[in-house]
Ligand binder design. Structure first.
Ligand code: SAM
Length: 301
């Protein structure tokens, strides 16, 4: 009774990813509570577009995810059902997209990758997109999530490496000679993520120059100063590299749910700003009438 009460009290507030609140009594942060929310859909549609562009070239790609999560997330789990954020995001998008004659290719690809019983998260989307000869390396600090991810990737038939441990430090230890895409998706609960992200970007700029970097971040709800700092630090750490910023906001009560998030893209593929400018308006409109979006070069060489 006591733990049930605790869960009921903290869970809605914990929907504001980026606050120091705990989403569960067991883990610091469990993405199961937030699967398929509007901000998750934005993140995973942009990632789908990035993966499409990064797998167009024949040369091998190394994909690294610093905060991989579970890969596949059952919709009917107690955690996912607590907030049911997917009803406002993934489910709404799917229902509205079904009534359309023409759908943006990246939204269609995101929806096609999804499964009826399980939400397909970033690691699973990436594992499905990688080709023979590509490599996937997934870091996850929580052992339970890492075990779930290993199981998910094996069920998908993916040959990827799951490393249990800190994704910032682990990524720095990799020695890679191929093109790369590094996806950084932290829970923003430690207070030090901005510094850690900037340090990782600086490291990659020096030691893995062929890596593109994508950093998801929460927006609004008092996060503006932190967003500004993140943008500033990433720009400072990446020298002359191009940096693109994309974001999407859906209307609604921001005190109850995270409604807005962004993605910083270091060395995005050529013309990716145009890709996003065709993807995001359709995504915003499908998710919620009155949704807004933006694409902005923070630096362009
Ligand atoms: C936002 S969730 C990841 C969601 C996942 N990328 C997706 O979109 O499906 C963040 C994950 O990072 C894990 N985590 C937290 N700190 C970490 C760290 N320093 N290194 C690796 N994983 C970490 C958490 O256990 C959690 O599973």
């Amino acid at each position: 009774m006591c733990s049930l009460l605790l869960l009921l009290v903290v869970a809605p507030a914990a929907a504001l990813r980026g606050t120091p609140l705990r989403a569960t009594t067991r883990l610091d942060y469990d993405h199961l509570y937030h699967i398929g929310s509007p901000v998750d859909v934005f993140k995973h549609c942009v990632l789908t577009a990035l993966l499409r562009r990064c797998t167009e070239k024949a040369s091998p790609l190394t994909y690294v995810e610093t905060h991989a999560g579970r890969g596949l997330y059952p919709f009917d789990s107690e955690e996912a059902a607590t907030l049911a954020e997917f009803e406002d995001g993934h489910h709404k998008l799917r229902a509205r997209a079904a009534g359309r004659e023409k759908l943006h290719a990246d939204i269609a690809a995101y929806l096609a990758a999804q499964r009826p019983e399980e939400y397909v998260g970033s690691a699973a989307l990436a594992a499905l997109a990688l080709r023979e000869g590509d490599r996937g390396v997934f870091f996850e600090r929580d052992e339970t999530c890492a075990d779930a991810l290993t199981d998910a990737l094996s069920r998908l038939g993916a040959e990827s490496t799951v490393e249990v441990g800190d994704g910032y430090a682990g990524t720095k230890k990799l020695r890679v000679s191929t093109r790369g895409l590094v996806f950084v998706d932290p829970p923003y609960q430690s207070g030090s993520d901005t510094d850690l992200i900037a340090a990782l970007c600086g490291h990659l700029k020096q030691y893995w120059r062929a890596a593109r970097i994508a950093v998801w971040y929460p927006r609004g709800d008092g996060a503006d100063a932190r967003t500004e700092r993140l943008r500033h630090e990433v720009l400072a750490a990446t020298g002359a590299f191009d940096v693109l910023d994309a974001h999407l906001t859906v209307p609604g009560d921001a005190s109850a749910r995270l409604r807005s998030s962004g993605m910083l893209l270091v060395q995005p593929p050529y013309g990716f700003d145009d890709d996003l400018e065709s993807l995001l308006p359709e995504l915003a409109e499908l998710l919620a009438p009155g949704g807004s979006w933006g694409v902005e070069w923070l630096r362009r060489g």
